[in-house]
Design a protein around this ligand. Structure first.
Ligand SMILES: Cc1cc2nc3c(=O)[nH]c(=O)nc-3n(C[C@H](O)[C@H](O)[C@H](O)COP(=O)(O)OP(=O)(O)OC[C@H]3O[C@@H](n4cnc5c(N)ncnc54)[C@H](O)[C@@H]3O)c2cc1C
Ligand SMILES: NC(=O)c1ccc[n+]([C@@H]2O[C@H](COP(=O)([O-])OP(=O)(O)OC[C@H]3O[C@@H](n4cnc5c(N)ncnc54)[C@H](O)[C@@H]3O)[C@@H](O)[C@H]2O)c1
Length: 447
């Protein structure tokens, strides 16, 4: 039996940051990770970083096989750096193995390298086991050799000729955009009635037009019924929005219909930790489970699935253990997001339609990306910018930027919203020229 002050299950963003912090405070910390290929967690190994490396390679014209090699170099480098960061703390112990609860204080770890089992007891336990792709119950899907998840598709060194993507959300659109840019013929199948259902009509049309100009085909309101294996290709059988049967030939199928929590291996009932109806671990606004000394952080707790949210989960726990204990999930207003298309789509706050539906009197400003000098310099004149302002108060209610560097520029708008800055401040601020951020002068000048 080994005893630690803190046991962290999973090497994710929250877990690794918390491990380093607690060890630096002098706590004896154990971090358990089930795979040596996952040191540093999902983001750096199989998610944010490899996908953005591929997006960048596609944008710069690097051939697919070379892009995969560069992605592998980068993730390997980051994995090593994450491992070194953790092991540089003498108080932190890394256990390579799978953790499962024995009771609410004890966890059994099956060590990968020696095949031994060790029993670990801890005063505080933090679950950070993440999420994995959800596989819908489509006949033939699990059996097919040509069906991939985001993880396994990025392991392929040969570009699929015809890629069919099931799901038109974050992963579906990012992969559609980059694989089309690498030269694949891409079709996206979305079960919802409309692609980008949250976006205002004008914004959705602009994004769709850009994606279609790359040769991507979208079918909405479809139901995928079967994947039929074939010798040279698989056939995706679907019912389209009109109820007709369509058959699409695919050299690869990507499933991207959402991600589900990693909980099965944990034996949660032994600890008495409860889950919600979707299987995510139930937590309060301080991320405590129903067992007070057990917390759940990151994707596994059912919050928004972003690395920066997992990092903020760490901040909430840190504040309880070493701060004023005031920080909660309720403090998270105006969290921005970016879909890394080319150009990217970044958003914060309310869309026009959402603001009106909530009863706000609004003033709306829109501007084409082609009007931004920096976008012309970059030869990326495609896109649309939009801001929603509350009539009378001048409060920024929301902003959507579909343009080069949108994921950078949105951070300025987000910070302004958080600080309660009126739109005129962004309108009249002095920005670097020529930069994409200076488009905020013109965008807010149109309010
Ligand atoms: C393709 C893709 C692209 C994405 N792009 C972005 C992006 O650009 N920006 C963004 O913010 N977010 C992005 N995300 C989401 C982001 O990756 C996740 O929200 C984030 O990585 C979640 O991290 P986490 O802290 O929950 O834990 P994770 O990083 O998922 O770590 C969980 C770890 O726990 C380990 N584990 C699980 N069970 C056990 C067990 N029983 N014992 C021991 N170890 C265990 C796993 O092996 C894993 O290493 C993307 C996701 C995907 C799939
Ligand atoms: N840039 C980023 O920040 C980034 C990038 C990738 C992923 N992520 C995170 O990872 C999460 C998971 O991504 P995702 O794309 O898997 O999920 P998602 O929830 O973003 O999108 C899933 C899509 O699949 C559709 N769908 C569901 N079932 C379907 C079916 N049977 N047939 C066809 N379509 C179906 C849904 O209507 C939805 O549009 C995201 O929600 C996001 O939080 C973030």
């Amino acid at each position: 039996m080994r005893h630690y002050q803190a046991l962290i299950i999973g090497f994710g963003k929250a877990g690794k940051t918390l491990a380093g912090f607690l060890a630096a405070q002098g706590w004896q910390v154990a971090l358990v990770e089930q795979s040596a290929q996952m040191y540093g967690g999902t983001c750096i190994n199989i998610a944010c970083i490899p996908t953005k490396s591929l997006v960048h390679s596609a944008e710069t014209g690097r051939p697919y096989a070379e892009a995969i090699a560069e992605k592998n170099r980068l993730t390997s480098f980051l994995r090593g750096r994450n491992l070194a960061n953790l092991t540089s703390h003498p108080e932190a112990t890394l256990l390579l193995g799978q953790a499962a609860f024995v009771n609410e204080r004890q966890v059994r770890v099956h060590l990968l390298e020696t095949d031994e089992e060790v029993l670990v007891e801890a005063d505080h336990i933090f679950i950070n086991t993440g999420a994995v792709p959800r596989l819908p119950p489509i006949p033939g899907l699990r059996e097919s050799q040509r069906v991939f998840t985001s993880t396994s598709l990025m392991e392929q060194t040969v570009l699929p000729e015809r890629l069919v993507i099931i799901g038109g959300g974050f992963i579906g659109l990012e992969f559609a955009s980059m694989y089309a840019q690498f030269g694949a013929a891409v079709t996206v199948l979305e079960s919802g009635p409309r692609l980008l259902p949250h976006e205002d009509e004008d914004m959705a049309a602009a994004i769709r037009q850009m994606l279609e100009s790359k040769g991507i085909t979208f079918l909405e309101g479809v139901q995928v019924q079967q994947i039929e294996p074939g010798i040279a290709h698989d056939t995706v059988v679907l019912q389209d929005a009109q109820g007709a049967t369509q058959r699409l030939s695919a050299s690869a199928v990507l499933v991207a219909v959402g991600r589900e929590p990693v909980v099965a291996s944990l034996n949660l009932p032994a600890a008495g930790v409860t889950q919600d109806a979707r299987g995510f671990i139930q937590v309060n606004e301080r991320l405590q489970t129903n067992v007070p000394h057990i917390w759940a952080l990151g994707d596994v707790n059912g919050g928004p699935q972003f690395t920066y949210i997992s990092l903020d989960d760490y901040r909430i726990v840190r504040d309880q253990l070493f701060g004023a204990g005031q920080r909660t999930t309720a403090d998270r207003q105006h969290v921005a997001s970016t879909v890394f298309l080319t150009p990217p789509l970044a958003h914060v706050g309310l869309r026009e339609r959402e603001a009106r539906a909530q009863g706000y009197q609004v003033r709306v400003a829109t501007m084409p990306a082609a009007a931004i000098t920096r976008a012309q310099v970059l030869q990326e004149p495609v896109g649309l910018l939009k801001a929603v302002i509350e009539e009378g108060t001048g409060r920024i209610l929301g902003c959507t930027l579909f343009c080069a560097d949108a994921g950078e520029v949105i951070n300025t708008v987000q910070l302004a919203m958080k600080a309660g800055v009126r739109y005129e401040v962004l309108r009249d601020n002095i920005y670097i020229h020529p930069s994409m951020t200076e488009a905020l002068n013109d965008l807010f000048g149109k309010v």
